[in-house]
Design a protein around this ligand. Structure first.
Ligand code: F6R
Length: 242
């Protein structure tokens, strides 16, 4: 694993954005795996800005998001479909027809997960997977104890993950209890992974990911096995590394 430690969160975000832009410039029809969450907001801002300035075009890119909450229709304000449209898709030249997220409002989650895996395979696989990390070491919504070989499936969200994300739903009771998420095996199939982590609250999870044993107790530790994985950290997120 390559580890890039930047002085500030702003510099870490700029570095991660450069890596994404370099990939899309090299291969304009790249297949991108996308993440959501607070850490990604400034990164998407940078990508939108670069697109507006003509420094990169996403017109030929295909995207697959990591996850979506079960039970939420794409137009629900708390859905990741809404997040992606508002924060990234609607502000770039991306072709919405090439953007994909699992459907949280599907009637049959098991077949939706199979459909999603098949669609990723039919697109030629993911060239670059963008990742954040949960305070409990999750990637996507692969919570601790997830199988390291898992594929896209339905997962129960941990209490800490529901607490961390409840803000978007007003009260924790309104927050979904399940998500459809790419599995750890799905993520490891990507040709390149970039994980962005900023802030002190991620320091313990980052240390387990990089220096801990490869274990389902810290799902992100599976990334130690990936041959082209880069962790982009700010000084706070790196502060528990030895
Ligand atoms: C969401 C996702 C999650 C987040 C993680 C960190 O698509 O993949 O794994 O990356 O929960 O979220 P923030 O950045 O909000 O701390």
């Amino acid at each position: 694993m390559k580890v890039l430690i930047c002085e500030t969160a702003e510099k870490a975000v700029a570095r991660a954005a450069e890596l994404v832009i370099a990939q899309v410039r090299k291969k304009p029809d790249a297949v991108l795996g996308l993440a959501t969450g607070g850490t990604m907001l400034p990164l998407y801002r940078k990508l939108c800005e670069a697109c507006r300035q003509g420094a990169v075009s996403f017109a030929q890119s295909t995207t697959f998001n990591l996850d979506e909450y079960v039970g939420l229709a794409p137009d629900h304000p708390g859905s990741y479909h809404s997040y992606m449209r508002e924060i990234f898709f609607d502000q770039t030249d991306i072709d919405l027809g090439r953007t994909h997220l699992p459907r949280g409002d599907c009637a049959d989650p098991a077949s939706e997960c199979q459909r999603y895996e098949a669609l990723i395979a039919a697109s030629g696989g993911i060239d670059l997977q963008l990742l954040g990390i949960g305070q409990n070491g999750h990637i996507g919504f692969n919570e601790p104890t997830s199988s390291l070989g898992s594929r896209t499936r339905i997962k129960t969200l941990s209490h800490s993950t529901r607490l961390a994300n409840a803000g978007h739903f007003g009260v924790i009771d309104a927050m979904p209890r399940h998500a459809l998420t790419m599995g750890i095996g799905t993520i490891l199939d990507a040709r390149q992974c970039i994980l962005l982590a900023t802030g002190q609250s991620k320091a313990a999870a980052v240390a387990s990911m990089i220096e801990g044993p490869v274990s389902a107790g810290c799902p992100a530790s599976a990334l130690q096995l990936h041959p082209a994985m880069t962790a982009v950290l700010d000084a706070e997120a790196a502060s528990d590394l030895t």
